[in-house]
Write a protein that binds this ligand. Structure first.
Ligand code: PLP
Length: 401
């Protein structure tokens, strides 16, 4: 203790934007301004007794970076503050977060229900991976509450959905589904990637667990992969902590540091990207070569009223259908100069992808159509460029169709 020491700031008393800059910061003795990067695998102890105490939990502190690291812990704490969650655990990728959130809860003989409209790899976990370990799964039309109800069994352990969905931005009723799922004592896990933590708070809507691919908006600058699982302390302690500790889908401290820096600018980036996305959606909707635009912030979105109730904004993502199917969608994409063709999303750079030949290629045409992925559909992730340059670019695309 020094005479100059000051009590630590309690981030719980700060507003969200301030939490995203200061929350979770744990300064070392050097008093660094930017969060320290603890690129270390392990930690040394003052004595064998202290080492023993760390392993029993009597002595607080880090043991090994697979299950705890100061830089990763700063990211986890900042994410928990942002989400309004009691606890968070970071993972190496978004898929590691999804796999951990589901596998961490189930055992052979259990049952899982999920909305059919899932990101391809999430669908693989539910449809292919879980059944290999004796966990049966049922896929439902996520909009139909009666299907959720009918799918539940006494052994249903957990339910899983994403909203808005990838790629066509369909909005599911999170609180309605949470109520149904809770009626049999199951939990609800929500993949909140498309909404971002700035626009939707699934825990407040009744979900038990939220997962993110931090690769997307949280980094937001196309640099590194990451993921995070959030929930109550009891949920994380029971289902997530041990699973991560023993199986090792852990986040690198370096990536945690990049993601901490990403969180500092998240509200500014999301506000700007969402503002541009709304403009681009309106522009596209007025174009005769585009048959449909799916944007949760527009009045013509199929679940516009639910989106207004559940989300704070219209999304940074747009789905659009180019008339003429795949050939015209390809012509449109190939004529773009500012907007890049990439299957990633949430980046500072605007990115466009043709889901039926990329992210949803593994599905049969019938399965794709069941979740609204048509041959003419494109998914546009709106970045930080000037919206007028993006509209000029879309005009180039339209001219080629
Ligand atoms: C909705 C959704 N969930 C999960 C993931 C997986 O994230 P990651 O690529 O970080 O593993 C993605 C990635 O595209 C996604 O779009």
């Amino acid at each position: 203790m020094s005479a100059y020491d000051r009590p630590a700031l309690d981030p719980k008393n700060l507003r969200p934007r301030t939490q995203l800059v200061h929350g979770g910061s744990a300064r070392s003795g050097f008093g660094e301004t930017s969060e320290a990067l603890f690129l270390t695998q392990g930690f040394v102890y003052n004595s064998a007794e202290q080492a023993a105490g760390r392993f029993t939990g009597e002595d607080e502190g880090f043991q090994y970076s697979r299950f705890g690291n100061p830089t990763v812990a700063m990211f986890e704490e900042r994410m928990a503050l942002l989400e309004g969650a009691e606890a968070a655990r970071a993972t190496a990728t978004g898929m590691a977060a999804v796999t951990t959130a589901l596998m961490g809860q189930v055992k052979a003989g259990d049952h899982v229900v999920a909305s059919r409209a899932l990101f391809g790899s999430c669908l693989y976990i539910v449809q292919d991976l879980l059944p290999r370990f004796g966990v049966e799964s049922t896929l439902v039309d996520g909009h139909d509450l009666a299907q959720w109800k009918a799918a539940l069994r006494p052994n249903t352990k957990t339910a899983f959905l994403e909203s808005p969905t990838n790629p066509n931005l369909s909005v599911l009723d999170i609180s309605g589904i949470a109520e149904i799922v809770h009626s049999v004592g199951a939990t609800l896990v929500v993949d909140n990637v498309f909404a971002t933590p700035m626009m939707q708070k699934p825990l407040e809507l009744g979900a038990d667990c939220v997962v993110y691919s931090a690769t997307k908006h949280i980094d937001g600058q196309g640099r590194c992969l990451g993921g995070v699982v959030l929930g109550s302390k009891a949920f994380i302690d029971t289902h997530i902590q041990v699973y991560i500790r023993q199986t090792g889908p852990s986040l690198s401290p370096f990536n945690a540091w990049v993601l901490l820096k990403g969180l500092e600018t998240l509200p500014l980036r999301i506000a700007q990207q969402q503002d541009s996305a709304a403009k681009l959606a309106d522009f596209l909707a007025s174009e005769p070569k585009i048959s449909r635009v799916f944007y949760p912030g527009r009045a013509d979105h199929p679940q516009a009223e639910l989106a207004r109730r559940q989300m704070k904004g219209g999304s940074t993502m747009i789905a659009l259908e180019v008339k003429g199917g795949q050939a015209e969608a390809f012509r449109f994409s190939n004529a773009l100069e500012v907007i890049k063709i990439s299957n990633n999303l949430g980046d500072a750079k605007s990115l466009i992808t043709h889901p039926s030949t990329t992210t949803h290629q593994r599905l049969t045409e019938e399965a794709r159509l069941a979740v609204g992925v048509t041959q003419g559909m494109l998914r546009l992730s709106v970045g930080l460029e000037d919206a007028d340059d993006l509209i000029d670019d879309l005009k180039r695309g339209l001219a080629a169709v």
